[in-house]
Design a protein around this ligand. Structure first.
Ligand SMILES: Cc1ncc(COP(=O)(O)O)c(C=O)c1O
Length: 404
């Protein structure tokens, strides 16, 4: 057999698969209550709406089976531009490119902006898919911690000053301002303004990734950073994955039109165009006038799950365990006493208590976060959430007692 590694490009030698994807495999056994997968629950898929839309596509219109423009279907770009304009960030279809999920947008941003060794500021913890995309283009990640109000701007300001004093100029800041993956926290309005001020001061772009923003549980939405941006510094990413289904693979990017044109050139070499079927489905669901009601139903569904999980955490977790209280999205973040290694604990949790989670280590840049856990309430069956938390609390209590 040929030894394939000899042929690898230098840049992929350190590429690693995600720990999180590996963890999912362990959680598929029967009887396991899993809070690992951050997927939408299949109950949330608007099956009736899809049936209506697909019917229309194949009876009246076959263009969904054809190649499409690299930037995406004009009509969909226009709809999304109108939506973002209504949300306070004026733009036109020239500012929009449709991508195969927002993950592809992240990949294309890195492809176009990063030279090997370029610095990118990221939240810590942060979304693994973004950390991997930055790593794939040999970007260097600088981790800025988040607290319950999002990014710690005081720490970011110091890091930026420090980098500037060494003549270093980071390319962009990556943030998930709403109901962040993995912590569930939301970046406060004050910090959004402060972040943009810092980006201006040091001349850095901002990538604002917002796949969970629509899944909010009642609070007034905090304006997008993009709404405060009058010079095209913010690259905004949206997605249909959490409000329709990830299987349609439709995401989008709103940015300065010069950058969008360059991204489109990069995308030509990647996949020619986004899935035309997916774009058609997204467009028709937007036009159906039924999407908003569907999003309302998702808010109710996920809010109920969040409430059950928060109640169970309060009831069962031992002292010394802390967690976030998300106002939307899919995730709660647990911090355990510092001596507990959640990665080492996972096989015991699965084997002895039949409960699974994702260790927080994978969401950190440098292998720290060993005492943290991401819990997704999005995918576990609603009736299993309380029992799952009770089991997890038992595992954690055992570890605390062992250490005493
Ligand atoms: C923060 C964040 N960004 C981007 C994505 C990618 O989503 P998609 O490619 O399905 O739009 C995810 C998926 O979970 C995510 O959590």
């Amino acid at each position: 057999m040929l030894q394939m590694e000899r042929f690898y490009a230098e840049r992929v030698k350190d590429m690693r698969g995600s720990d999180i994807r590996d963890a999912f495999k362990l959680t598929e056994e029967p009887g396991i209550i899993s809070f690992a997968g951050g997927f939408p629950t299949p109950e949330s898929f608007p099956v009736d709406l899809f049936q209506e839309v697909f019917q229309k596509l194949f009876v009246e219109d076959y263009s969904g089976l054809q190649y499409g423009p690299t930037e995406g279907l004009d009509a969909l770009r226009r709809e999304l531009a109108l939506q973002l304009t209504a949300e306070g960030a004026p733009c036109s279809s020239e500012n929009i490119i449709i991508t195969n999920g927002s993950q592809q947008a992240l990949d294309l941003v890195c492809k176009v902006l990063l030279d090997p060794g370029d610095y990118v500021l990221v939240e810590e913890p942060s979304y693994v898919g973004a950390l991997n995309a930055i790593g794939n283009y040999q970007g260097r990640k600088i981790a800025i911690p988040v607290d319950e109000h999002g990014l710690r701007l005081d720490i970011m300001a110091n890091r930026l000053k420090d980098l500037a004093s060494k003549g270093q100029h980071p390319k962009f800041i990556y943030t998930i301002p709403n109901f962040q993956n993995p912590t569930g926290v939301t970046l406060s309005l004050e910090r959004r303004r402060g972040l943009l001020d810092l980006a201006r001061e040091y001349d850095i772009l901002i990538v604002e990734d917002n796949p969970y923003g629509e899944i909010s549980f009642g609070q007034e939405p905090v304006p997008h950073i993009k709404t405060m941006d009058d010079e095209g510094r913010v690259i905004y990413l949206g997605s249909f994955s959490k409000i329709l289904s990830p299987g349609v693979r439709v995401g989008w990017m709103a940015a300065n039109e010069v950058l969008i044109r360059k991204i489109a050139v990069a995308k030509q070499g990647t996949d020619l165009c986004s899935t035309t079927l997916g774009m058609k489905v997204a467009l028709e669901t937007l036009r159906s006038g039924k999407l908003q009601a569907h999003i309302e139903s998702l808010r109710i569904l996920y809010r109920r799950r969040r409430d059950i999980m928060l109640r169970a955490l309060a009831a069962y977790m031992p002292e010394g365990v802390h967690w976030t209280r998300p106002e939307g999205g899919f995730f709660i973040w647990l911090t355990l006493p510092s001596y507990i290694d959640t990665k080492a604990m996972l096989p015991f949790a699965i084997a002895e208590q039949k409960v699974a989670y994702v260790s927080g280590i994978g969401f950190h840049v440098d292998g720290t976060g060993q005492n943290t856990i991401r819990l997704a309430y999005s995918q576990a069956a609603e009736e299993d959430i309380e029992e799952g938390i009770r089991r997890l609390a038992r595992v954690i209590r055992e570890r605390i007692e062992m250490a005493m």
